[in-house]
Design a protein around this ligand. Structure first.
Ligand code: APR
Length: 321
């Protein structure tokens, strides 16, 4: 069978890391696209030259021409601008919305059958706009946030309990950012839910609350430490996990930004984080979780934050109304 083709739109820190992992895992051939042709070509060539050392037959190509993504099976989007000091949130939304419009047009023309994973922030609004601009089927367009948020949550829990990360499962819902909803009753250590871990006196409610808070602010913590950039290893690993589930039809249930049609709290037409089954047909199912009153309140608060950014996008781009 022919190798899968993976188009990475944006060859910055996350894009380059995605290319590295995809090549090492031999997930497929990689096209790295960036408006800065040299960045895309330079990273692709550097990685091609690494393949004989790690012994994998993936081919990588750098480009600034959308025609090169033709027939891609998966597109992962990181194109965009980071928030710079002095830039307000609305300015960032406007700039990245313009980028997402161009990307959507490129994908619609050259790779309309691809499974598309958006990483560009503000995530939930950008993936919503990407689906609208491209007209691709909603089950083929998803956003990467929940896998990353739950990975951060899992790491903090593994540290708290001093156990293997493999024995920690964590569940998160809602938008990416401060309003994200960590579901502690569905988060477990070797199958034991966190509320039971508290009853067993392995930890306290206060410590779990602090971990939840740290998870919500996980992106900002890395930005503060790096001083000039944002997280890239964990976001890239997270998107690769989603792409792998699609390419290998694994039917993993992963928290992703998906377009809801009433499965959770009756929300429809919006992209927000929910547990989704990813297989060869894209999003094959979304778990219709029944939320408790406090969880529902947090979830709706998160939905309202996403709606606010979408309203700003619609103001800037009347075609999105
Ligand atoms: N088309 C293609 N590429 C573009 C475009 C465009 N219109 N505009 C910008 N880019 C490219 C930039 O040239 C840059 O190489 O997108 C890349 C973004 O890379 P970085 O700035 O290194 O950002 P990164 O850390 O990879 O994060 C990308 O993911 O987590 C989110 O908030 C983050 O939105 C950001 C995105």
């Amino acid at each position: 069978m022919a190798r899968a083709k993976i188009a990475l739109i944006g060859a910055g820190m996350i894009g380059g890391t995605l290319a590295h992992i995809a090549a090492r895992e031999e997930l497929g051939d990689v096209v790295l696209f960036d408006i800065f042709e040299g960045t895309a070509k330079g990273k692709a060539l550097d990685l091609c030259e690494a393949t004989p050392v790690f012994g994998k037959d993936s081919h990588l190509k750098g480009t600034n021409d959308y025609a090169d993504i033709a027939g891609a099976d998966v597109c992962i989007i990181t194109a965009g601008f980071p928030r710079k000091p002095g830039m307000d949130r609305k300015d960032l939304v406007g700039k990245n919305l313009g980028v997402i419009k161009q990307v959507a047009e490129g994908i619609k023309e050259y790779a309309p059958k691809a499974f598309v994973i958006c990483i560009t922030n503000p995530l939930d609004a950008m993936v919503w706009a990407l689906q609208k601009f491209s007209g691709l089927q909603p089950r083929k367009v998803v956003g990467m946030a929940g896998v990353l948020d739950s990975a951060r949550f899992r790491w903090f829990l593994a540290e708290e309990f001093g156990v293997s990360v493999q024995d920690v499962h964590a569940s998160v819902l809602g938008g990416h950012g401060d309003t994200m909803v960590p579901l502690t009753r569905y988060s477990t250590i070797a199958g034991v839910p966190l509320p039971d871990m508290i009853k067993m006196k392995w930890t306290t409610q206060e410590r779990i609350d602090a971990i939840v808070n740290r998870t919500r602010k996980g992106g900002g913590e890395i930005v503060g430490l790096l001083g000039n950039g944002s997280a890239f290893y964990a976001p890239a690993e997270s998107a690769i996990e989603m792409a792998t589930s699609y390419l290998r039809d694994k039917k993993r249930i992963l928290p992703c930004a998906v377009r809801l049609s009433g499965q959770i709290a009756g929300v429809r037409g919006l992209y927000v984080g929910a547990p989704a089954m990813i297989g060869a047909r894209g999003v094959e199912n979304v778990m219709n979780l029944r939320l408790k009153a406090d969880e529902r309140e947090m979830f709706m608060n998160s939905v309202a934050a996403v709606e606010k950014i979408i309203a700003e996008c619609q103001e800037m781009e009347p075609s999105l109304r």
